[in-house]
Ligand binder design. Structure first.
Ligand code: KIV
Ligand code: ZN
Length: 515
């Protein structure tokens, strides 16, 4: 008999807490749509009290998600719960996720409360949240380092108060699989009313054990796994959705579980999250890394050619990595390009398709062959959900060992103005960025610049990822082009446009004025 495990995706909340991964509202909505296609059961869309942007993101996600439950995080305080309840109003299925620290370290140093006070606060929070929704999840922060006996007492009390899901996080990523599994079992055996709630695991990856710990939790009675796409999240990140789901699927003989995940959507979701957050996926990452299915040693290649199963335990197609790489050229035509995009899982409005097709023709003109990876990069850019305050019309740069690197850029502002300026710098990219700065004129620091080839070969698209910082806020930008100067300029403008969207938000973001 198989046990159904609920997949609770927190990419938009814990995942977005990754340094520099901030997403705007439109990007969160796009990711939520994809998470629904992926088949997750619960989408934690944000922490509504934390910022007007988060509040609005939760509201907007509620409008587009119909099957999954949409969840909002709160502290165990009424004003947080009010904000979450308000943001979740439009959800087809809503959940409030509230809670409080439970370890002595959190009680003593962070909350400055006694155990009894904290328990009382938790009970009150659950009762208050139940006034708004039937589905209330309670997190016991830092459960991994809490006294097990006290942990069980709090769980019993909050279930009695109406909690329907109990989240037992290893907040600091300190536990080992044996210990975490034992802790879940201890809760299952020592909380008399535990049968009235779903037990959830939420593990952090500080010791690289988040997936193993989550699986140990499942083996010991947990029925919900909290995870993020590509494992992004606070510090070293969270349990990786694709790894935990595929481990349960491939080793069903061990776990005897099933999830609602459409695994063929995994790769696409991973690419989307990486592109929008600017957090690159390491090449050797399990399931979705570029090398996850690449066999390089002669012995392995020989084995795989004779019989795949000699070295391959997962069929790449089962996670949406298409085997046949169709190569498109300038002669492929609209129909061919549209057909391949559909095979890759994209659906577009006519306008979006025309933008992608226009970019495809430009690229196919410069490059003889256009690969799937090139198409994905074009799609990410043509369908970008960033408000374009500035758009690049033209960039030229001069560099070389006997020249002073100099650049000229021409930008169009959203009000129609065409602006041109030039600058010199330490290299061509620096010169371009200085020229852009002379026009846009917003203070920021470039804190990361990376460049990688999307495919192989000298004519490959270059994908530039950058991060800029203003105060404590970090914004990312990404762009792919066959010319690295153009990709660099566009990536910078994307990050600046995100920054400007935050600094001068559109009218929508004032929703939270009342909390
Ligand atoms: O890691 C953690 O404890 C959390 C809680 C807020 C659920 O993210
Ligand atoms: Zn967490």
């Amino acid at each position: 008999m198989t046990t159904r495990i609920y997949i609770f995706d927190t990419t938009l909340r814990d995942g977005e807490q990754s340094p520099g991964a901030s997403l705007n509202v439109a990007e969160k909505v796009e990711i939520a749509r994809q998470l629904e296609r992926l088949g997750v059961d619960i989408i934690e869309a944000g922490f509504p009290i934390s910022s007007p942007g988060d509040f609005q993101a939760v509201q907007e996600v509620c409008k587009v998600v119909r099957n999954a439950t949409v969840c909002g995080l709160t502290r165990a305080v009424t004003k947080d719960i009010d904000a979450a309840a308000e943001a979740l109003k439009g959800a087809a299925h809503a959940r409030i996720h509230t809670g409080l620290g439970v370890s002595d370290s959190h009680l003593q140093y962070k909350l400055k409360m006694t155990r009894e006070q904290a328990m009382e606060r938790g009970v009150e929070a659950v009762k208050y949240a139940r006034r708004f929704v039937d589905d209330v999840e309670y997190f016991l922060e830092d459960s991994g380092r809490a006294d097990p006996e006290y942990l069980c007492r709090v769980i019993e009390a909050v279930i009695k108060a109406g909690a329907t899901v109990i989240n037992i996080p290893d907040t600091t990523g300190y536990m080992t699989p044996g210990e975490y599994g034992d802790r879940i079992r201890y809760v299952m055996e020592h909380v008399p009313n535990i049968g009235q709630a779903v037990v959830s695991v939420h593990c952090h990856d500080d010791l690289g054990l988040a997936v193993a710990n989550s699986l140990a939790g499942v083996m010991n009675g947990a029925r919900q796994v909290e995870c993020t796409v590509n494992g992004i999240g606070e510090r070293a990140g969270n349990t990786s959705l694709e790894e935990v789901v595929m481990a349960m699927k491939v080793r069903n003989d061990v776990f005897a579980t099933e999830t609602g995940i459409v695994t063929e959507e995994i790769y696409k979701t991973s690419r989307m999250v990486s592109s929008m957050t600017g957090l690159l996926v390491q090449p050797n990452k399990a399931i979705v890394g570029a090398n996850a299915f690449a066999h390089s040693s002669g012995i392995h290649q020989d084995g795989v050619l004779k019989e795949r199963s000699t070295y391959e335990i997962i069929d790449p197609r089962s996670v949406g990595i298409l085997e046949s790489k169709i190569i498109l050229t300038a002669r492929s035509g609209r129909h061919g390009v549209r057909h391949r995009l559909q095979e890759l899982g994209y659906s577009f409005t006519e306008d979006q398709f025309e933008k992608v097709y226009e970019r495809f023709l430009e690229l196919a003109d410069k490059k003889k062959t256009v690969y799937d990876e090139d198409l994905e990069a074009l799609v990410a850019e043509a369908t970008s959900a960033v408000r374009q305050t500035y758009e690049l019309l033209h960039v030229q740069a001069v560099a070389g060992d006997h020249n002073i690197p100099t650049a000229t850029v021409q930008l169009r502002k959203s009000d129609g103005q065409i602006l041109v300026d030039s600058a010199h710098g330490t290299g061509p990219v620096d010169a371009v960025y200085r020229a852009v700065n002379r026009i846009v004129n917003v203070e920021n620091n470039l804190i990361e610049f990376s460049i990688q080839a999307v495919t192989e070969g000298i004519d490959a698209l270059a994908e530039v990822t950058i991060r800029i910082q203003q105060g404590n806020d970090v914004y990312n930008g990404r762009s792919a082009n066959s010319d690295i100067i153009v990709a660099s300029a566009k990536a910078y403008l994307q990050a600046l446009n995100k920054l400007l969207d935050r600094v001068t938000p559109s009218a929508h973001t004032s929703t939270l004025a009342h909390v």
